[in-house]
Ligand binder design. Sequence first.
Ligand SMILES: Nc1ncnc2c1ncn2[C@@H]1O[C@H](COP(=O)(O)OP(=O)(O)OP(=O)(O)O)[C@@H](O)[C@H]1O
Ligand SMILES: [Mg+2]
Length: 246
Amino acid sequence: MVVLETHQLTKQYLMGKVVVDALAGVDFSIGRGEFTAIMGPSGSGKSTLLHLLGGLDTPTSGEIFLNGEALSGLNDEEITRLRRRKVGFIFQFYNLLPTLTAAENVALPLLIDGQPLAAKREQIDQLLALVGLAERSDHRPDQLSGGQQQRVAIARAFVNQPEIVLADEPTGNLDSRSGAAILDLLRQTCREFSATIVMVTHDARAASYTNRIVFLKDGRIVRQLDGEGHGVAVQDITAVMSAIDL
Ligand SMILES: Nc1ncnc2c1ncn2[C@@H]1O[C@H](COP(=O)(O)OP(=O)(O)OP(=O)(O)O)[C@@H](O)[C@H]1O
Ligand SMILES: [Mg+2]
């Protein structure tokens, strides 16, 4: 089942009098339970694409469909609600609130959405256990390692049981071992809960954890690699990277 689809998605930025084509007509679709990587050189439009998919920014032209619903048809209030309830975000630098505990950070999307927390305590504990932090729920971010902070951010991204989770370089700030643990966790989440994850990465090893890789260059999709339900081999990824001069 298709969760997310784009039609001829474009995004232009105006820098003074110069028009920058950050995205120049992107067509793709993502099925439920897929773990997709977006790769491409710096400036190729990866973050722009992720922001548009999550309703953080609006396209110049083209369309995004989430569960068949066109985002362009939604007003600001509806887009905000969609962002809060249907999309989870994971960032390179975790973006946790420093004064809140791990459990409070995980609960934050519920709070912002005005949902009562009392009934959710068990769900938050389960999420923290899933990411291996059951014993750390009362720790603040500065009392956690980088990898642990990113685990909190992952639990937070899933707390609203979103349709799709968008991750921009989630392992970019971690050493290779913590990064591998995070990637394992994301892959496991896809398998066990049919979660749908789109992850931007520069790293062929990180991309090899996904089922499918979309290569962007100059705002266009130039190649795709499909792992057919399995991972994609690192050497296949690096071969495409050198072929498209990435
Ligand atoms: N707010 C903005 N205003 C103007 N230009 C922008 C803005 N955001 C992005 N751009 C431009 O759009 C293009 C795509 O940027 P984007 O951030 O999507 O690239 P990226 O693939 O995520 O790069 P990186 O790997 O360095 O994070 C770049 O040329 C960038 O300079
Ligand atoms: Mg980026």
